[in-house]
Design a protein around this ligand. Sequence first.
Ligand SMILES: Nc1ncnc2c1ncn2[C@@H]1O[C@H](COP(=O)(O)OP(=O)(O)O)[C@@H](O)[C@H]1O
Ligand SMILES: [Mg+2]
Length: 288
Amino acid sequence: MPSLTLAERASLVGPLDYKILKTIYSLHRNHEWIMTSELVEETGLRLNELQPVLLRLYNLRLLSKQIISGEYSYRITFTALDILAIKKLYVEKVLKNLGIVIGVGKESEVYVGYNFNDEPLIVKFHRVGKRSYKNIRKIRNIQKDKDWTVISVENAEREYQALDCVKKNYGYVPQPYGKAYNAVAMELVEGRELYKSELTNPEEILDQILSTIRIAYNECKMIHGDLSEYNVLVKDGTAYVIDWPQWSSPENEDLLIRDIDHILAYFYKKYEIDKDVDAVIDYIKGKP
Ligand SMILES: Nc1ncnc2c1ncn2[C@@H]1O[C@H](COP(=O)(O)OP(=O)(O)O)[C@@H](O)[C@H]1O
Ligand SMILES: [Mg+2]
């Protein structure tokens, strides 16, 4: 059913489907393919009750299956993980409806959604796919046997943690509203990416970005790690730093230098603002 939207698919998932998806998800912490006999044991359902549900979830493309040791075994798909997240955000009264996709990145899909007052918000689904998975492993030294669902969920948790800490300390980031599985719900910043903006106040915007990076470093012990004109949104003369899942701790000073180099190079090239990298690094680190 490729033409169904994520929201439409979510509405087709009933309580029993949800229970089975949740069970398969939790078993993924141990291994990738979950055998039918394991599901019988975990859910307490009889085989003839379970089988039609598994078939239905497979037809909805929420499960993949393959035969292992003569038995059908299952794993959840990205769409299924997204649906678990939507349902949880709904139960937690964060998200009432999911709207359209506004951004598809290497490791995420960004949607507009609506809260229970029908106000718009952002839902970012982390999807660490097979392609980017290898690179990430290389960069972050991730254990070989970690499942992609586990890594996607960790990314969402890390992004939420960063937004929460930086926002609480008055940095300029979207307000986080909640997290569930691989999704983070946050404030919709109705602006443009920095690289698409023609700034009338470039100095002020750069200062806001640097002050956010300073707060992240000193108050949250976090280095963004992917700071660029693509990960800053500008709205009404204010800059919001987005896209935090890859943050790292202050020991990785080379990442801080790279972040600052990137952003200063952009402001130099486009607005001829010339700042000394070392002086900016001292400022970020809170030195007088
Ligand atoms: N809070 C937000 N408000 C408005 N747009 C957003 C927000 N978060 C993300 N976006 C949009 O989605 C795109 C991708 O988001 P981002 O967090 O940078 O993820 P990634 O680059 O890893 O896919 C952004 O460039 C922006 O256009
Ligand atoms: Mg980005």
